[in-house]
Design a protein around this ligand. Sequence first.
Ligand code: A3P
Length: 279
Amino acid sequence: YNESLKIHNEILFPNFCNELLKIKDLKLRPDDTFVIGYPKSGTTWTEEIVWLIQNDLDFEKCSRQFHFERVPFLEKEPLNKIDLLPAPRVFKSHLTLDYLPDKIEQFCKIIYVMRNPKDMLVSYFNFMKSIKGIDYNGTLENIIEDFSQDKIVYGNWCDHVNQFYSNSNILFITYEDLLEKSFEIVKKIVEFLGKSYTDKEIERLIEVTSFKNMKSTSTQLSRFHSDETFKRIDFSLFFRKGEIGNWVSHFNDQMSSKVDDLIKHKINPNIEIRYLPSK
Ligand code: A3P
């Protein structure tokens, strides 16, 4: 499992992040959009919504072309390939602003998605176990211990979230709100991106990007994708539950207090973290 990771500035990254330092020099375009979040926080879902908003709700293309062919994974794709992509580009990234071009948020639109860390950790654990060729044999307790020592990829969770929250140019949304207040949040993203769609169009966008739909489309389209990294992912497992509060079935009290203790003194106190469904 360690062979699939690398360390930079004392932060762990997946091995496929091969040009980390060069990303600072990425040639930005004003119509580039970045969807960023800590891994397993709902980035793929948010990207699909943002891609559709930026591509005139091209539902047909969405159902025909695999998500990761339309949404380049910034730290994974070769930069010379990225330079040639047609506009408008919608990027996926888990990187913090330290790795991105200076003042990127003043030049391009960034949407950041946060998810409660307990659901994120359960999702991360299951994802690790499902990747072909890694043979991850740790437990969820091991993952929580790694989390406490910043030994999961992309560094400390609180630092990640705090950095994006405190930047007023960035739209900060949560997985929990996107699931429970879909219409309100999607409308907010549409407005942030300077677009205008009817209520009916927004409803359709929410339907197309539902967990069930994305799971079935991605599972089918991924079969024809040749990228080695994505071939190791079983997309029927990648879209696992898509719920708020699934951690309750996997955490005991001790595990839960451990995560609470880790974040309570570090997280920006203005950030509201919701661990359970509100209804
Ligand atoms: P679970 O493992 O809890 O189901 P990321 O894309 O950042 O890796 O996040 C993956 C998580 O987002 C997974 O969580 C996945 O099921 C969930 N997800 C993906 N698409 C979703 C959608 N359309 N609606 C709700 N959740 C979704």
